[in-house]
Design a protein. Structure first.
Ligand code: HSE
Length: 337
């Protein structure tokens, strides 16, 4: 089989971006043998050249200028793993407008700008893919796409934040203090640069808004999520839940009520006979209910560099093979008067 080269630009070479670079280096031959695609990193936007070299990339691909990325004709797919809304959202839009496929892990930028980014991708006939933005390595978007082919999704419910799930698990099973468990989650590369996004439920709200937007086919904004984090959960509550045979979990739920979606992120007691009570550490699980297929549960590592990089690399290959075909249709939200 003749191979073709696909040029990649990485925006951000931190924990996730670095893992993507390493995956491409280590798995490049296997990927090429399976798909006929040779992935080549041609640009890496990072604060310092050192980071780029630490990720095992040649120093000459390093840049600090987005212009050098969007203006580089050898770049086919831009992979964004910077996090935060700006400048990431602007870079994503610019990349699409410049005719690049875009793969992002950035739930905040996507949740806040979903309709605009999907429109930019469709206008330029390019892919906008984001498997890694929700549920880390779990093929959630692929499954949701498949379910949505002939179902009306009426309910989404699950655990979508690895950091808080790790903290709650360690508090329950080892009686670890909250602050120490959070430090461990940071050390393991699960937490956001500012872990407030995790522990106050913002990260879960972004992810829920993305899932609900796909189910609804219109942009559901993160502000529509009724959000409570885990900072108010006490060690006593965690211990009591365990003594009752269940667990306190940060549950993200979206339910179709008539034509309206009701969205909520909050700590809840989950009884021991429910599957979600047994989702431990950095794992996530999401139950998607369609009107024809019924409930479907997806489970796997929701946070961590390798699972996240795995989802990103799979998106890069999908972008290279299918182009705009997998870009979702997300219409802007109707204005409320
Ligand atoms: N901070 C996120 C989490 C990373 O803990 O789930 C994965 O999106």
């Amino acid at each position: 089989m003749a191979s073709r080269e696909v040029g990649i630009a990485l925006l951000g070479v931190g924990i996730v971006g670095g893992a993507v670079a390493r995956t491409i280096t280590e798995q490049g031959d296997v990927i090429e043998a399976r798909t006929g695609i040779r992935l080549v990193v041609r640009r890496a936007l990072a604060r310092s050249r050192e980071r780029v070299v630490q990720a095992g990339l040649p120093p000459e691909v390093a840049t600090t200028e987005i212009e050098e990325v969007v203006g580089d004709e050898r770049v086919d797919v831009v992979v964004e793993a910077m996090g935060g809304e700006e400048p990431a959202a602007t870079y994503l839009r610019r990349s699409l407008e410049a005719g690049k496929h875009v793969v992002t892990a950035n739930k905040e930028a996507l949740a806040k700008n979903f309709a605009e980014l999907a429109a930019a991708a469709r206008a330029s006939g390019r892919a906008l893919l984001f498997e890694a933005s929700v549920g880390g390595g779990i093929p959630l978007m692929a499954s949701l796409r498949q379910i949505l082919a002939d179902n009306r999704v009426t309910r989404i419910r699950g655990i979508v934040n690895g950091t808080t799930n790790y903290i709650l698990t360690q508090m329950a099973e080892r009686r670890t203090a909250y602050a120490e468990a959070l430090r461990e989650a940071q050390r393991l590369g699960y937490a956001e640069p500012d872990p407030t996004a995790d522990v106050e439920g913002y990260d879960a709200a972004y992810k829920l808004a993305i899932l609900a937007s796909l189910a609804a086919g219109r942009h559901i904004r993160p502000e529509q999520v009724d959000r409570t984090g885990i900072t108010g959960v006490t060690p006593e509550q965690v211990a009591e839940a365990r003594a009752r045979g269940g667990a306190i979990k940060l549950i993200a739920g979206a339910e179709l009520d008539g034509e309206e979606w009701r969205l909520r992120v909050a700590p809840e007691f989950v009884p021991g006979d429910h599957l979600l009570a047994h989702v431990r550490l950095n794992f996530n699980a999401v139950e998607i209910t369609g009107d024809r297929v019924g409930p479907v549960v997806l489970y796997g590592q929701g946070a961590g560099p390798l699972p996240t990089a795995s989802a990103i690399v799979s998106d890069i290959l999908d972008a290279a093979r299918f182009g705009a075909a997998l870009t979702p249709h997300i219409v802007p939200q109707m204005s409320r008067t």
